[in-house]
Ligand binder design. Structure first.
Ligand SMILES: [Zn+2]
Length: 448
């Protein structure tokens, strides 16, 4: 069991205490930098500039007009242990900026200094900034392994041009021993957690085509809305073989109950139960229906989107098969030569788990540091939403956890904000953990 090196740990904690204002200012600057989808390069350059101050080798990989991924290496040695920190630079749009208390790009801090506001503060410039800063602190220490920072574009739209592309190209030859995706891992009222897996997401986008006619002579037309209604009415039949979640409903409930006071648990029982269901059940939800263009016309087009969340071991093939069976049972055709038919497309991110998490020595070191910094027992959960962790688990075959500052209830919301104490704590965890994972190992001579 690796013991923590106290003098180094004290040095790290002091660095963070002494430079706290500088770190908060850097976070503020990144929140103020527009990185809505398509503009991630703006943030990549800010990170690149920051790392270069500390003489850290970093490279920006531009694509399209103003987009980019970034990879930085703490040192030149890639033959030892490699730890990878991943965070996304893109943020979701903030359409109703007038409804915000402070402008989404303000990075405003109220006078009590508790929270920093702005789009991306929680999802996930807080986590990304903390990872970048941890690298700058680690540059001052002697390590035998290497920390790789991977700041990416495109996460909010599936991650294919961001993390997936980096793994396929720039990180192809690099062995990664452990990865951390720095997304927010609080789901209040549940205490701060470490995510060891995540659900998959499949969006089934269906378009029904019919034949228009005047609504007074509906027999001449083929009603596309009626086709969609038929699917909606029979959606309960779109089922998959049951799979066990990595952590069971009862186990999660017990762990969460133990981590809260009796009063808090009772008060928030319903919300907590719903979160646990989302972590352990296959779900499907209709998210979009659009159809019809005139009040007196038989509609020739209707669209339906079904958002499906999968457990590990449930895959896109299974859904497509189940959907095809449903279509044949309902006698709905996909033949475009027919007046009345449908077409469909899918967007898919796989479910994934860090399979051996319960026996992982590395995770036990991470938990030890988490416990010390957050003064709380670590809680292990499944993320109900998908993140880029799936690419590290599936494509890089690398043990991956998700941990970072911020709360689930803030992501993608109006008045998104981040607790500054949580941000600083995450810098502490990222830095101390990386030090422990990458420090020079004492060589013990074998005695015979
Ligand atoms: Zn995110």
């Amino acid at each position: 069991m690796t013991g923590l090196n106290h003098s180094v740990e004290q040095f790290i904690l002091k660095e963070i205490k002494d430079n706290k204002n500088l770190y908060i200012k850097f976070l503020q600057e990144l929140i103020q930098t527009d990185s809505y989808k398509g503009n991630e390069k703006n943030v990549a350059h800010k990170i690149d500039d920051f790392l270069k101050i500390y003489k850290i080798k970093s490279e920006v990989f531009p694509f399209e007009e103003n987009r980019a991924n970034l990879i930085a290496y703490l040192n030149d040695n890639q033959n030892g242990k490699n730890l990878l920190y991943n965070g996304h630079m893109d943020v979701v749009s903030a359409e109703n900026s007038k409804e915000w208390k402070y402008h989404p790009l303000s990075g405003y801090i109220e006078s009590d200094g508790k929270f920093i506001y702005g789009r991306g503060s929680t999802d996930m410039k807080g986590g990304l900034t903390a990872m970048v800063i941890s690298m700058s602190i680690l540059k001052k220490l002697e390590l035998s392994g290497n920390l790789i920072l991977n700041a990416v574009a495109d996460e909010e739209t599936g991650g294919f041009l961001g993390t997936k592309e980096c793994i396929k190209k720039h990180l192809k030859e690099i062995k990664v021993d452990f990865a951390v995706v720095g997304e927010f891992t609080s789901i209040q009222p549940i205490p701060k957690s470490i995510m060891i897996g995540e659900k998959g997401r499949l969006q089934l986008e269906i378009k029904a085509f019919g034949k228009d006619s005047h609504a007074s002579v509906p027999f001449l037309g083929e009603n596309a809305i009626s086709t969609i209604v038929k699917i909606v009415e029979n959606l309960h039949k779109l089922e998959l073989p049951k799979k066990d979640p990595p952590i069971s409903y009862d186990q999660l409930r017990e762990n969460i109950q133990l981590s809260l006071s009796k009063k808090d648990f009772e008060e928030h029982k319903d919300i907590i139960n719903n979160y646990i269901r989302s972590m352990t059940e296959f779900t499907k939800t209709i998210t979009v229906i659009k159809g019809g263009s005139a009040k007196n016309k038989v509609p020739d087009c209707c669209e339906l989107v079904i958002d499906i969340r999968l457990l590990p071991e449930q895959t896109d093939d299974m859904i497509i098969n189940a959907f095809k069976n449903l279509l044949s049972e309902l006698e709905i055709s996909t033949d475009p030569s027919k007046d009345n038919h449908i077409s469909y497309e899918i967007n898919y991110n796989r479910a994934s788990t860090f399979t051996d998490w319960e026996n992982s020595e590395t995770l036990s070191i991470f938990s030890k540091i988490f416990r010390k910094i957050y003064e709380q027992e670590p809680l292990f959960l499944m993320s109900p939403a998908t993140t880029d962790a799936e690419f590290f688990r599936h494509d890089k075959k690398c043990p991956t956890i998700m941990f970072g500052p911020g709360d689930y209830n803030m992501a993608h919301k109006i008045d998104e904000r981040l607790e500054i104490a949580d941000f600083l704590n995450s810098i502490r965890v990222f830095t101390i953990f990386a030090y422990n994972f990458l420090k020079k190992q004492l060589k013990v001579k074998k005695s015979f």
